[in-house]
Design a protein. Structure first.
Length: 120
């Protein structure tokens, strides 16, 4: 675990995902500024934040738990994206693009979890 969190592919992909979520939520209706748009942004930000925090910890067990928080935030974002799409805040193509990105981040997170999973 000698590398910086910024070198982790999971963190880099999660950061790019945050930027996409921000771009998308800019187009949401004004009355969602403090509602769904804000929740989506907070949950998206929690993904790379949890990865960074966990990597900075001194044990793989703590990193493992932080990655679990990142996964939780990711499924929160996925759920909120589906709700946003169902409300018509963006089209099916945009929604699928975001969900595909979320799935990519999820796969990378799962790989990282598998690599550092503490022994039972």
């Amino acid at each position: 675990m000698g590398q910086s969190y910024q070198e982790l592919i999971a963190w880099q992909k999660a950061m790019n995902f945050v930027m996409e979520v921000y771009k998308t939520t800019k187009t949401f209706p004004r009355d969602e500024t403090y509602g769904l748009a804000s929740q989506l942004r907070r949950a998206a930000i929690a993904i790379p934040t949890s990865i960074a925090e966990g990597q900075a910890r001194y044990s793989s067990n703590e990193f493992f738990h932080s990655l679990g928080r990142a996964r939780g935030a990711l499924v929160e974002v996925e759920t909120q994206l589906i709700i946003s799409q169902n409300l018509g805040y963006f089209d099916i193509e945009q929604g699928q693009k975001l969900l595909d990105r979320a799935a990519e981040v999820g796969k990378i997170l799962n790989g990282l979890v598998a690599a550092i999973r503490p022994a039972a």
